[in-house]
Ligand binder design. Structure first.
Ligand code: PHE
Length: 454
């Protein structure tokens, strides 16, 4: 069945196009905004090691599984789970997994878009010269003023959601390919430039590197381990169907394994570069590594304000960040849009208007959680923190766990083997062990650790 089937949304023009799109989905605010601040909040080195281990042992095998599931069924995540559980003679309830993914995508996008709005506003701030000659305290005032204004945040959130929906309306595999092709190398060059700038801080550079790469396991808590694992899912766009839906547009003859190594490798390098660029600035200016979600907005502008060519680099950097966020945000909503089109008979336009409006409205709560509702705590967290915890730390790992169990235990070995089509049988064996035992057990153990059983 699966061999002849094509997705009704079209296909990527090549393996390279899929790599670009999936890398575009993976590389985003998670790498540049979130990784540095959660690393700062969780004490540095030990957290980074746990995160890297999770990428290797959980992230990569699950990314291969998600891609193969999508490509085999060539439908949205919900229908994929129905078709493939049918094929394997398994319970229909597996489709709830698709539902959880679509829901997680909505929830993530509702705060992702707000933060991407911050990045968009910073393009204008960079352009108008707000950072020039600035020091840590004036940059902090600038940030606090901005985040304190619900109107400004709403404006930028709205603009970013509109941009996202405009791309999704056209279909992810047309305009997107071109944008990402140019974006990724540019982002990379700019990050290298920031790292070069960080190196000029000599002893603070060393301090930053030490903070990132010398593990002190006494600094990491059970919740920190969960955050590191959750982030491995978040940064690789796993556990909610984004990669599955992109996999469903992937041509048959493409090697999934090689493609996945490349995507996961690039994603990890970008995150580490962001960390290497940011922490020297944090230490050189006496800032707090645990400053929270504002960390990059309070550090990088200092660099742009004081380095040669900083005006231009500042603009370019935030423009890149917005593009990186866009290529991720479209993948957060595509599973829902694909489902509405395939199952609710909607046109792409209608599907976009529905899903876009819902996410946009949910974003209001997130916006207010940074100002007028900042005192409102649910389970000890603001709305933003709650959404982040619920999705990244719970829904994505649970989704990933179920995907691993499905690919490792429910699907017929012959089918996974055929989809992965690895030239070396040993490669398949290793994947099979990782996906059936190592990845699900690791997720399970981290959860046990958090609830205090371990
Ligand atoms: N991976 C994206 C990032 O790091 C976020 C994302 C999560 C995108 C889940 C799609 C699905 O910014």
């Amino acid at each position: 069945m699966a061999d002849t089937k094509k997705s009704q949304h079209g296909e990527w023009s090549s393996r390279f196009a899929f790599i670009l799109a999936a890398t575009g989905s993976a590389v985003g605010l998670g790498n540049i905004w979130k990784f540095p601040y959660i690393t700062g909040e969780n004490g540095g080195g030990a957290f980074v090691i746990v995160y890297l281990l999770c990428v290797l042992l959980i992230g990569i095998p699950i990314m291969m599984a998600e891609t193969l599931l999508g490509r085999r069924s060539r439908q949205n995540p919900i229908s994929t789970m129905i078709t493939l559980s049918d094929e394997a003679g398994a319970d229909k309830n597996w489709h709830y997994l698709g539902w959880m993914g679509v829901t997680a995508g909505f929830l993530i996008l509702s705060y992702y878009s707000v933060i991407a709005g911050w990045a968009s506003a910073y393009v204008v701030k960079a352009f108008s010269g707000s950072f020039l000659g600035a020091d840590a305290s004036s940059i902090k005032v600038l940030f606090d003023d901005f985040v304190g204004s619900p109107i400004k945040l709403l404006f930028w959130h709205t603009l970013f959601m509109l941009a996202t929906m405009l791309i999704v309306v056209r279909g992810v595999n047309t305009g997107l390919e071109k944008a990402v092709r140019f974006l990724m190398p540019s982002l990379f060059v700019l990050l290298m430039l920031m790292v070069a700038y960080a190196m000029t801080f000599d002893e603070y550079y060393d301090k930053g590197i030490k903070f990132l790469f010398t593990p002190d396991f006494s600094k990491i808590t059970a919740d920190g381990v969960l955050t590191a694992m959750g982030h491995a899912f978040f940064t690789l766009s796993l556990g909610m169907g984004a990669i599955m839906v992109y996999g469903s547009y992937l041509p048959k003859d493409v090697s999934i394994a090689k493609t996945v190594y490349w995507i996961a490798g690039t994603d990890t390098v970008v995150a580490l570069l962001a960390g290497i660029a940011i922490f020297p600035i944090v230490f050189a200016n006496g800032l707090e590594p645990a400053a929270g979600p504002g960390l990059i907005f309070q550090t990088l502008p200092i660099a742009f304000g004081n380095m040669t060519g900083g005006w231009l680099f500042g603009i370019l950097f935030f423009v890149m960040l917005v593009f990186a966020a866009l290529s991720s945000s479209i993948s957060l909503i595509e599973p829902a849009v694909a489902w509405l089109i395939e199952n609710k008979n909607m046109s792409r336009e209608q599907a976009c208007i529905w899903s876009g409006s819902v996410t946009w409205l949910m974003g209001f709560g997130v916006v207010f959680s940074f100002n007028i509702w900042s005192e409102l705590k649910i389970f000890d967290r603001t709305i933003f923190q709650l959404l982040d915890y619920l999705t990244a730390n719970l829904m994505l790992p649970i989704g990933g766990f179920c995907i691993a169990v499905f690919a490792g235990w429910i699907m017929k070995q012959q089918h996974t083997e055929q989809e992965l089509n690895m030239p070396n049988p040993l490669g398949y064996q290793i994947w099979k062990i990782l996906i059936s035992y190592v990845s699900p057990a690791a997720v399970f153990l981290v959860f046990l650790h958090v609830v205090g059983v371990l």
